[in-house]
Design a binder for this molecule. Structure first.
Ligand code: NI
Ligand code: MN
Length: 226
């Protein structure tokens, strides 16, 4: 499974021959100016919630690639009004796609769309297939609901957690989240993009190491195999 970081909470995950784009926010992100959004491959675009820093490039990528948008009902309906195809989920529900199974799980956050439309309630995804099982938390506080993930999903190989504080949990709480979800390999996201969420990388890594967890902070544009 190959994972490429595009900055903020944006990733490309290549698995089972499919390209999954996660929360694309690339063209407005000065830190990601070297990423060519028009060359990103996409079969599916997974959207955790409606905020602009997660949906900014969904329409542009979906129009070019014809990718299927997977999100909650309200967000898929909103993109449907722009003639973009999607698969709606809602909290606690899962569905099997040709890349594997995706379950939409709880997040504690808010969710409005860029034009003020109701973005439904925010969520995250747990995805599993024959290669791996992983959790994309989306924007969230630390929440006891995370303990449901190891009870209801295959054992996680890795998780993508927000660590930037202010709008989401900070790295101290995210390290506790890693324990709740029983996962040792964490990729950090939602940090450094704006002044409010700039963090000390070494302090963040130490917070995880103190709990026996590895925190990976990829460079923007960097790919890794997990
Ligand atoms: Ni948000
Ligand atoms: Mn956000």
């Amino acid at each position: 499974m190959k994972i490429t970081y595009y900055g903020h909470s944006s990733f490309l995950i290549e698995t089972q021959g499919k390209n999954l784009v996660i929360d694309p926010f690339i063209t407005p992100n000065e830190l990601a100016k070297d990423i060519d959004v028009d060359s990103i491959p996409a079969d599916f675009i997974l959207v955790t919630h409606g905020h602009g820093d997660h949906v900014a490039d969904v329409e542009r990528i979906a129009k070019r690639t014809g990718a299927t948008i997977i999100s909650n009902y309200e967000i898929v309906t909103w993109f449907g009004q722009k003639e973009l195809s999607g698969h709606p989920l809602n909290h606690g529900g899962k569905s099997t796609f040709d890349f594997g199974t995706a379950k939409y799980v709880n997040a504690v956050h808010t969710s409005s769309l860029p034009d003020g439309s109701n973005g439904g309630d925010p969520g995250g995804f747990v995805i599993w297939n024959e290669e791996k099982s992983f959790y994309i938390a989306g924007d969230t506080a630390l929440t006891m609901d995370m303990k449901l993930i190891p009870m209801t999903c295959p054992k996680l190989d890795f998780a993508i957690l927000p660590i930037g504080d202010n709008f989401t949990m900070g790295y101290e709480d995210a390290a506790i989240a890693a324990e709740f979800i029983e996962c040792d390999t964490i990729i950090g996201c939602h940090y450094d993009t704006f002044g409010y969420i700039k963090i000390d990388h070494e302090a963040a890594k130490k917070a995880f190491a103190d709990r026996g967890k590895a925190l990976i902070l990829p460079s923007i544009g960097e790919s890794m195999s997990l």
